[in-house]
Design a protein around this ligand. Structure first.
Ligand SMILES: [Zn+2]
Length: 176
C-alpha cells in the first residue's frame, strides 16, 4: 500500500498530528496517525479471523477508507462504497474471493471513465461513529461487532449522493 503521507501530499492535504482526526473527527490526541493506529489494531484482532467474522474486517476497512479518502487513491472510494452497497443493498455474503473479482470489474469500468471522481462528504461529516468508539468496546466482542456494522452503515449512508452511480456498477458486477 502506498504510504498515506505521500497520498495526502498528492491530494494536496496537510496532515495534522494533534487533536481530533481532521477527517473523521475521532476524539484522538494525535490526529490521523492515532486514528490509523487504532484502525490497524482493530484490523489485526484475532476475533475476526474466523470465516463467519470476516465480514467485520471488510466493514472496518470500508468504513475507515470512506472516512479518510484523502489518504487513499481516487478509485478506492468506488471500491469501498461498491462493496458496502453490495452487502447492504443486495445482501451479498462477502468473502475474500470476491474482492479481486470486484477489482477486476472496476478496472474494466474505469477504462472509459478517465474523469469520474466520487466527491466525498464534507470533512468531519462522514458518519457519527469513528475508530475511537470502536476501540472503547473492543473487549466486548458482541458489542464490538454490532458497532462495527453500525459504523459501516452510517458511513455508507453519508455517501448517499453516489449510491445511484455505484448501483449501476453493482448491477453489472452481479450479472457477471
Ligand atoms: Zn479518522
Amino acid at each position: 500500500m502506498q504510504n498515506y503521507i505521500d497520498l495526502a501530499n498528492k491530494n494536496g492535504v496537510t496532515l495534522l498530528n494533534s487533536g481530533k482526526c481532521q477527517f473523521c473527527g475521532a476524539n484522538t490526541e494525535r490526529g490521523i496517525s492515532e486514528c490509523l493506529e487504532i484502525f490497524n489494531l482493530s484490523f489485526d484482532s484475532s476475533d475476526f479471523s474466523d470465516t463467519e467474522n470476516h465480514i467485520y474486517r471488510f466493514f472496518i476497512v470500508d468504513a475507515h477508507a470512506l472516512q479518510h479518502p484523502e489518504i487513499h487513491g481516487r478509485w478506492s472510494n468506488h471500491f469501498h462504497l461498491l462493496r458496502l452497497h453490495l452487502i447492504f443493498k443486495y445482501d451479498v455474503k462477502w468473502t475474500y474471493k470476491l474482492s479481486p473479482k470486484l477489482s477486476n470489474h472496476l478496472n474494466s469500468y474505469k477504462k472509459d471513465k478517465p474523469d469520474e471522481h466520487l466527491n466525498p462528504p464534507e470533512l468531519l461529516k462522514r458518519g457519527n461513529i469513528t475508530t475511537v468508539d470502536i476501540l472503547k468496546v473492543a473487549t466486548d466482542t458482541t458489542k464490538c461487532k454490532d458497532l462495527i456494522k453500525q459504523w459501516a452503515k452510517c458511513v455508507y449512508d453519508v455517501w448517499h449522493n453516489h449510491h445511484n452511480l455505484v448501483d449501476k456498477i453493482a448491477q453489472g458486477f452481479l450479472v457477471e
